[in-house]
Design a protein around this ligand. Structure first.
Ligand code: BGC
Length: 742
């Protein structure tokens, strides 16, 4: 270019507004993300790189202000968006514009067996997170239900790897459509709470790959999750947030994860391992960010100054650092710097509607003798509602998933509203459980104190029950420590607070008794034979009472199915009879052996000749009846890359509309390694009008037939005979059809 021309060009560029000048590559959203990442990385100083890989406050990490790269804001998750907290503390900040809609707990979502509900859930909670300007929503959780004592089971999706895989993917997609990343947690083997920081899990590779990893893998590979959270526990004697095998070999190696690994809050323990073993964003290393005795404790995080010192001393290079920064930049471009994301919304009528529909579809009718339910509104004039959980707010408490809600309809209020003008509703307490109502500064404002003795409370309940046409007991667990609550496990399978006694007394007083169990876990039911109707109610969120009333009155026909087995006794749970578990708090590292291997949940129950579960995996009744035809296959033999299609007709033979969950299990009749009697490999929820019949078809391929051969470290589909089992639950087989893999 001639000198004159050059001057002219420079002068023109200077005169143009910045927007008309060519954008740096990293700011240009039309460029491929990898180019933008490399461009931004190339412009960053060492200090800036270190700055973006660890927290700057309780829930945020710093950006690169010099380059206009913004901070990242995270928040819990997974049932709604947690209130704002103080900069360095767990305590809520006391804002008045951060109340949210609470969606039903993830156990309830899993119980819908409906991936459409999962997409709706993800979209809705994602919109709330987006509106609140969060970049990362800390959830969903997909740790497998290994023991009913685990205090955090309510945040997860049950015992089966296939069900949880199918249910997690749409949630991930729904959230991320909003330009908000999910953070799938807690990777991996985080299956109980007591000693969560010092439990070292010992599990064989077969169980790891077949049971504990599939839902994470599906979230990463099919859902394309942008972040994942390491667990608190150890595996192979390394904490999961700095675990070479889990993070480097499996997640980033085998699965090709291109997102960022977020540590659980306080889950990093050592700089060298954190550098080498794959955590990309460190959070919560000190509960109070200022407690380390220096002006900014965040600078002393394992991935901050201690990392810098190792680099300066020449002990580590910057290859790992660049990889971490690339992942964080990718995350920022996908979320915080994504200018094409929608705006989101909060507490909208649509979100309440979603919460209610998910709740209605997840509630499980466990038992319904004599058709006690739905409530016959023409006959029932006096209803007695008994039990603390009919009135107790359940959205506050339980640990990090605790919320500050705009409103929460209690079961009692929901039932009252629905029966208004039709039946008189009397409420009595029945028992006193946990009268607390505060979590990190969020208060329910409820006064649940009651000083009467259990005998007095039971006498009152019996009196009211005797005079009623129908009794509805609403009890179960709550979100206080030792129940369904983070950082603690339950002490036993039994219902707390003497509820069994109350239920027995009610059953004696009035045989027209419905028990509604609110929990995220299975509970023992020694009174099961004396109670005609039992409903599994979960933690249902803002619309709890409305959803419950819809199902009890039959506005909606129940269609939830259990995502985990209800055992009769704790000894029937393989983690307790074969494997190990300790509820004793310890300071040293506790080895916990998963000796039960792949035989978790129904995979164990199916093997038992004498012991039957209280309620099987996949169980749930409706207000109608279904008839199944004989299943057929399109071919009797298939090759290893081929598929087989199983077809079955299902007919609604009752007089009401209803939804059936058609479950397809596969049985490998002969194999070189022991295999479960059957494994869930497909399911479909179908809505049928009275008299309507539909053909449901499932196509099975190699994945559905394979097991993980640990010696060969690969999935193997062995030639031989298989059976496709069509069932309405793991214990209710409707038909079988054989085929052979050549
Ligand atoms: C929990 C995580 C949660 C994090 C932030 C941890 O104690 O295990 O699930 O996302 O805190 O609140």
């Amino acid at each position: 270019m001639k000198k004159k021309q050059l001057w002219f060009t420079l002068a023109l560029a200077a005169a143009l507004p910045l927007s008309a000048q060519q954008k740096p590559v990293y700011l240009d959203e039309n460029r491929p993300i990898e180019e933008r990442v490399e461009d931004a990385l190339g412009r960053m100083t060492l200090a800036e790189k270190l700055h973006v890989i660890h927290a700057q406050s309780k829930f945020s990490s710093g950006g690169v202000p010099r380059l206009g790269i913004p901070e990242l804001w995270t928040d819990d998750g997974p049932h709604g968006v947690r209130p704002e907290v103080l900069w360095d503390e767990w305590e809520q900040a006391g804002w008045t514009n951060d109340s949210c809609v609470a969606f039903p707990a993830l156990t309830c979502l899993a119980a819908t067996w409906n991936p459409d509900m999962s997409l709706l859930y993800g979209q809705s909670v994602g919109e709330e997170a987006r509106f609140r300007e969060k970049d990362v929503l800390l959830g969903p959780g997909v740790n497998i239900y290994r023991t009913p004592l685990n205090g955090r089971n309510f945040e997860y999706m049950g015992e089966d790897p296939y069900l949880s895989s199918r249910m997690v993917v749409p949630y991930v997609q729904g959230v991320q459509q909003n330009g908000v990343a999910v953070c799938v947690k807690h990777f991996a083997l985080n299956n109980h709470e007591v000693n969560r920081h010092n439990t070292n899990v010992i599990v064989d590779d077969r169980a790891l790959y077949e049971i504990y990893l599939p839902a994470f893998k599906a979230a990463v590979q099919e859902g394309k999750a942008w972040t994942i959270m390491g667990g608190y526990n150890l595996y192979q004697n390394q904490h999961c947030c700095q675990n070479e095998r889990l993070l480097q070999d499996i997640l980033k190696g085998e699965w090709g994860f291109d997102g960022a690994v977020v540590s659980d809050w306080g889950g990093v323990h050592n700089t060298e391992q954190a550098i080498a073993h794959g955590v990309d964003l460190e959070f919560g290393s000190w509960t109070d960010g200022l407690a380390n005795g220096v002006s900014n404790a965040y600078d002393n995080y394992y991935l901050a100054n201690p990392y810098l010192e190792l680099i300066q001393a020449g002990k580590v290079g910057t290859r790992e650092l660049d990889d971490k920064v690339r992942r964080v930049l990718r995350l920022i471009f996908r979320t915080a710097m994504n200018t094409r994301k929608p705006f989101g919304s909060m507490c909208s009528p649509e979100h309440y509607d979603a919460a209610r529909r998910i709740g209605e579809e997840g509630i499980v009718l466990l038992k319904n003798e004599g058709g006690l339910l739905p409530i016959r509104l023409d006959e029932v004039k006096k209803v007695a509602v008994v039990g603390e959980n009919a009135v107790k707010m359940m959205t506050v408490g339980g640990g990090s998933s605790s919320l500050k809600v705009q409103r929460e309809v209690s079961p009692l209020d929901g039932i009252r509203a629905r029966l208004k003008g039709k039946a008189e509703v009397t409420y009595v307490r029945g028992y006193v459980g946990d009268v607390g109502g505060e979590y990190n500064g969020v208060v329910t404002g409820q006064d649940l104190k009651d000083d009467r003795t259990p005998d007095e409370l039971i006498a009152e309940a019996v009196q009211v029950a005797k005079e009623a046409d129908l009794v509805i007991f609403v009890g179960g667990l709550n979100k206080s420590a030792g129940q369904d609550c983070e950082d603690s496990d339950r002490a036993s399978l039994s219902l707390p607070y003497g509820q069994d006694r109350v239920i027995e007394a009610l059953a004696e007083a009035n045989p027209r008794l419905v028990v509604v169990n609110i929990s995220g876990n299975a509970v023992a039911m020694p009174w099961v034979d004396r109670v005609p109707a039992i409903v599994q109610g979960w933690f249902l969120g803002s619309e709890a009472g409305n959803a419950l009333a819809s199902v009890l009155t039959g506005d909606v026909s129940p269609s939830g199915r259990l995502p985990f087995t209800f055992p009769v006794r704790l000894e029937d749970v393989p983690a307790h009879s074969l494997g190990e578990y300790t509820g004793e708090r310890r300071r040293d590292t506790v080895d916990i052996r998963y000796n039960e291997g792949i035989f978790v949940g129904y995979r164990w129950a199916d093997k038992q000749k004498k012991v039957k579960p209280l309620f099987a995996f996949g169980h749930g009744l409706t207000y109608t009846t279904f008839e199944y035809g004989k299943p057929t296959v399109d071919r009797k033999t298939l090759t290893v890359d081929g598929t087989v299609t199983v077809r079955v007709k299902v007919k609604n033979t009752g007089s009401r509309e209803g939804q059936e969950v058609v479950q397809l299990y596969v049985s490998d009749l002969k194999s070189s390694l022991p295999r479960p009697v059957k494994e869930l490999k497909a399911f479909r929820k179908v809505r049928l009008a009275p008299g309507e019949e539909q053909e449901v078809s499932f196509t099975l391929g190699r994945d559905a037939l394979s097991f993980f051969d640990a010696d060969r470290h690969e999935w193997v589909a062995e030639p031989g005979k298989f059976e496709a089992i069509v069932a309405a639950s793991a214990a209710d087989v409707k038909g079988k059809v054989a085929f052979e893999l050549k």
